[in-house]
Design a protein around this ligand. Structure first.
Ligand code: SF4
Ligand code: MG
Length: 317
């Protein structure tokens, strides 16, 4: 297809870490219009930092963010306003986007009015009803407060709140991880339907590769603040390149049967504060050599996949 970049993050670094903000070191990725790019990795790898940085909730120490061809990471609050409409975020905890003291009607009316100041009350009301119906929450429940809903319903409502301002691009950070397993698939399907019906582009953050297999167009695999591999979803599952990706895939029980013997991860996960030299994975990689401990591997094309690994580069993997 003839894709345009909806968003690109170039050379992104965050060095000022604090609680819940993990370092990222030289992340470059493009999200193409209409795709769902999934960012996968273990807790603490920096994937949420990527999400919050592209949303302008964190300012990168280095690097640039471009949205639809325009640089946005250096904009003033005022110049950012149109992007605050076009780019919406869905959090793991729906309470993060729902004020407990506002009814659902209030929570949904507020952003619609804010971003469409010329709309009549009737137009705002119609939009709020439309998105509530789209997420499967009866609009007559709008008079209730968030605590009166189940976790799954609350997440549906926060999705409705994101959709209500008619965004183009949605960053979803672990949107189903906090939900009951029995309703995770429903909420995932809801997000997929919304994407198809509203021409949305997604950056989808998850620690769960089995979710990605059915959802993502492409997958970016992160480890300790760096990007290991970026591939089309089918390609990643049928022909993973990076030793870390292979280890992650072999940990999915239903997939591991007829594959190469699983790679056993050795060693401890280093802390992102004191990053290892060279390849950040070298302490846990069974294929590490001298070069791996000294030189940072760069992302390079291998077929349609991009992978950062000296072993692959040297033809010994
Ligand atoms: Fe393993 Fe070396 Fe490749 Fe890193 S660069 S994944 S240590 S082989
Ligand atoms: Mg996270």
């Amino acid at each position: 297809g003839d894709f345009l970049d909806q968003l690109s993050f170039k050379g992104g670094k965050i060095t000022r870490t604090q609680e819940h903000v993990h370092a990222i070191n030289g992340i470059s990725l493009d999200v193409k219009k209409g795709e769902a790019l999934c960012v996968v990795g273990e807790s603490g790898c920096g994937k949420s930092t990527v999400a919050r940085t592209v949303m302008n909730l964190l300012r990168p120490s280095e690097g640039e963010i471009h949205y639809a061809g325009k640089r946005i990471d250096n904009l003033s609050h005022r110049a950012l306003l149109p992007y605050r409409k076009q780019m919406q975020m869905i959090f793991q905890n729906p309470y993060a986007s729902l004020n407990p003291r506002m009814t659902i009607n209030q929570a949904l009316h507020e952003p619609v009015k804010f971003h469409n100041p010329k709309w009549s009350h009737g137009q705002v009301l119609d939009k709020v009803h439309e998105v509530m119906e789209a997420v499967g929450v009866d609009p007559s429940w709008g008079v209730r407060f968030p605590h009166e809903f189940s976790g799954g319903q609350r997440q549906r409502i926060s999705i409705a709140r994101a959709l209500a301002v008619e965004p183009e691009f949605i960053v979803a950070d672990e949107p189903i991880s906090a939900l009951d397993v029995s309703i995770q698939a429903q909420v995932l399907n809801l997000l997929m339907d919304a994407q198809a019906e509203r021409d949305l582009t997604y950056l989808f953050i998850t620690h769960d590769l089995s979710v990605v297999e059915h959802f993502g167009t492409r997958v970016a695999v992160m480890y300790l603040g760096t990007l290991c591999e970026l591939a089309d979803t089918k390609e990643l599952f049928s022909n993973p390149r990076h030793p870390y990706t292979k280890a992650l895939l072999s940990a999915i029980p239903k997939l591991s049967d007829d594959r190469e013997p699983p790679i056993k991860l050795t060693g401890e996960v280093p802390t992102p504060v004191n990053l290892p030299s060279g390849c950040v994975f070298h302490g846990r990689c069974p294929y590490a050599n001298e070069r791996c401990t000294q030189e940072i591997p760069q992302l390079k094309p291998d077929g349609t996949t991009m992978v950062a690994c000296h072993g692959i580069d040297e033809g010994r993997l």
